[in-house]
Design a protein around this ligand. Structure first.
Ligand code: PBG
Length: 331
């Protein structure tokens, strides 16, 4: 008998294809990363991320209301900090009246049900553009973790639903859990950036926040390779994710997305908590650049990539395409 299998039967038309489709994408899958700036009525376009803006709190709140109406249930927030407020301790990060704290409060006041996950890392606050406190030429792990705990508790006081540490210090999930609990925030979750690679795909994000590692008279690492992971490694990602689950992470994240889907699948098969994936700024920029030239179809590539990330094992996708994709999926 030739052929033994006629697999094409299940691809005959859209009706049968939709009946057997394994991965269904919905706006509930997305989180939207947002960049926040001081001022009122401020909206600054980010050149390397067409369609993405750095906005003041008032305009951010307006945007969050729109996201909520489109079915998006969570936002990740990042702030652009004035140079005058940067130092090597990161102390502005736990200022109760800081930009982040005011933003969290304003968003939760306007849309109480949306899940707010502020970034927990010192880079926007660091004069050196590093995710922690510099000592003896490198980022000092334990001092940095102490600072992150103060930061996350101040976010929780402002109303954050989750702490989302993106710094890659060792032991930070355990210390954050202890710190949040002892401050009375047992209900605040932790989404840990567990397998975060030292990636060149973060370039446009660092432009958006002016947070890239900087040259300095004191000795500082020129990149983030002493804390973010080596992209050549796979087993290390599993180890990181397992450590974070053991330390109390409610959700673990893999970052970046598309080039790291093998890692997403392995982590998904290893842990028993939800897995999120960060489809990062450089991945967004590549699609936008190719689409502007007419070389790729923005909408088709966006929807395809988001399906692929979910198929690989993502329960949640943090993506700059969240709003665009939600509009398209709601049609
Ligand atoms: C900072 C942070 C970065 C991103 C999220 N949090 C940049 C970095 O680690 O240098 C990158 C996200 C993106 O590229 O979209 N801790």
């Amino acid at each position: 008998m030739f052929p033994i299998h006629r697999d094409r039967r299940l691809r005959t038309n859209e009706s049968i294809r939709s009946l057997v489709r394994e991965t269904i994408l919905t706006p509930n899958d997305f989180m939207f990363p947002m960049f926040i700036a001081e001022g009122t009525n401020v909206e600054v376009a980010i050149p390397s991320m067409p369609g993405i803006f750095r906005r003041s709190i008032d305009l951010t709140v307006k945007e969050v209301k729109e996201l909520w109406s489109l079915g998006i249930k969570a936002v990740n927030i990042y702030v652009k900090v004035d140079d005058k407020l940067k130092d090597n301790t990161g102390k502005e990060a736990w200022n109760p009246d800081g930009l982040m704290q005011r933003a969290i409060k304003a968003i939760k006041d306007a849309v109480p049900e949306i899940i707010v996950m502020p970034d927990v890392a010192l880079d926007p606050y660091s004069i050196y553009g590093h995710d922690g406190i510099i000592k003896n030429g490198d980022v000092a792990n334990d001092e940095t973790v102490d600072a992150l705990v103060r930061m996350a508790v101040s976010h929780a006081e402002a109303g954050a639903d989750f702490a989302a540490p993106s710094d890659m210090m060792d032991g930070r999930v355990l210390r954050l859990r202890e710190g949040l609990d002892s401050a009375g925030f047992q209900h605040v979750g932790i989404m840990s950036y567990s397998a975060k690679y030292a990636s060149s795909f973060y370039g446009p994000f660092r432009d958006a926040l002016d947070s890239a590692p900087k040259e300095s008279e004191v000795k500082v690492p020129k990149d983030k390779k002493t804390y973010q992971m080596d992209y050549a490694n796979r087993i290390e990602a599993i180890r990181e994710a397992l450590h974070d689950v053991e330390e109390g992470a409610d959700i673990v994240m893999v970052k970046p997305g598309i080039a790291y889907l093998d890692i997403v699948r392995e982590v998904k098969n290893t842990v028993n908590v939800p897995v999120s994936v960060y489809h990062v700024s450089g991945e967004y920029a590549m699609i936008k650049a190719a689409a502007e030239r007419g070389w790729l179809d923005n909408d088709k590539i966006m929807i395809e990539q988001l399906h692929c990330i979910k198929r690989a094992g993502a329960d949640i996708i943090s993506t700059y395409f969240a709003k665009e994709a939600a509009i398209l999926l709601n049609k």
